[in-house]
Design a protein around this ligand. Structure first.
Ligand code: 8YV
Length: 312
């Protein structure tokens, strides 16, 4: 595998782009003026693809890489990679699990507190000089409330751990109960939403969870409920979310992810009871560095031993 030809789909940090180019000779796909023509000419030479949760790999790109032997992706989610075709061709795929759990869970709690206590809205209130005119309206208590978690995986469990500091009751919705888990498993997402004050989404994206949170779930969460999404925009029916917020069937939403990033529905921009973030769950200097190191460790392990370190 020495000198494996590496193709990098999209730009990551400047530091990481440089490292991949200098140490692995990675070819920057995004810099090609005509991507498909480039793949038609050179696609057959690449053996390893470096990509990310954001850039993924289109089915057409996969097809244009007939010599591909491994994919190393930056990020934990791999819903932007055509998994079935990858598996069919026996191409191993690595992601960057674990290292981002704490930062994504921290952000979920931040969004939850912001959504309930209206922190960003109160900040806008002060900046607009409105404090001199009157008091900011009352918000919603965080401590002691009911937290519903959709997808109690590694990140969901990190959110649950944090919530104990706020004396919250926790229940979760997964397809199957998690072994040895003391939180209550709720097989019906609608029932979980009905029970919860705050519903936090930490499940994977992809076809299995597409529009899992629909109009019925949002109505069950209710006019006092708060939806927090740090998972994928695709998990929520965004049109139904906008409608539920617009007519008060849902209380509030705090969102780090959207269906068509970086597009955010215009209606949400106008709503005071909505917190909007630009997909920054894992975006801290510390975590992004660890994610880069884990991509490199996978790449190097594949070059040295033909095996990935954290295959999915
Ligand atoms: C991305 C993410 O890695 O890990 C994931 O699944 O969504 C993020 O951490 C980041 O946006 C780069 O694609």
């Amino acid at each position: 595998m020495k000198g494996a030809k590496v193709l990098q789909v999209g730009p990551l940090s400047e530091r990481f782009n440089r490292r991949l180019a200098e140490e692995y000779g990675a070819e920057p796909y995004w810099k090609q003026a005509d991507g498909p023509a480039f793949l038609a000419e050179y696609g057959g030479t690449f053996e390893v693809l470096v990509t990310s949760a954001r850039f993924g790999c289109s089915p057409a790109m996969l097809e244009a890489l007939p010599s591909l032997r491994a994919i190393c992706s930056f990020g934990v989610g791999y819903d932007a990679i055509p998994l079935e075709a990858v598996r069919r061709r026996g191409i191993p795929l690595s992601n960057t699990p674990e290292v981002l759990n704490e930062c994504v869970a921290d952000l979920a709690m931040g969004l939850l507190i912001d959504g309930a206590r209206r922190i960003a809205e109160a900040d806008r209130f002060v900046r607009a000089g409105q404090w001199r005119i009157g008091n900011f309206p009352l918000a919603t208590r965080v401590s002691g409330k009911r937290l519903g978690i959709v997808g109690l995986g590694r990140i969901g469990q990190a959110v649950a751990r944090r919530s104990s500091g706020f004396d919250m009751a926790v229940r979760y919705h997964n397809r199957r109960p998690v072994d040895g888990c003391s939180y209550g498993h709720e097989p019906s997402l609608v029932e979980l939403a009905r029970w919860a004050d705050f519903l936090v989404l930490t499940c994977p994206g992809g076809p299995a969870t597409h529009h899992l949170v629909d109009a019925e779930v949002l109505a069950a969460l209710g006019p006092k409920g708060l939806l927090v999404n740090v998972a994928r925009g695709s998990v929520v029916d965004e049109a139904a979310l906008v409608a539920a917020l617009a007519d008060g069937r849902l209380g509030a939403a705090a969102l780090d992810v959207f269906e068509q990033e970086p597009q955010v529905p215009a209606a949400l921009l106008e709503m005071p009871n909505v917190v909007l973030l630009p997909h920054i769950g894992s975006a801290t200097g510390e975590t992004r560095l660890q994610m880069e190191e884990l991509v490199i460790a996978n790449l190097q392990a594949f070059i040295d031993k033909g095996e990935l370190l954290t295959p999915v």
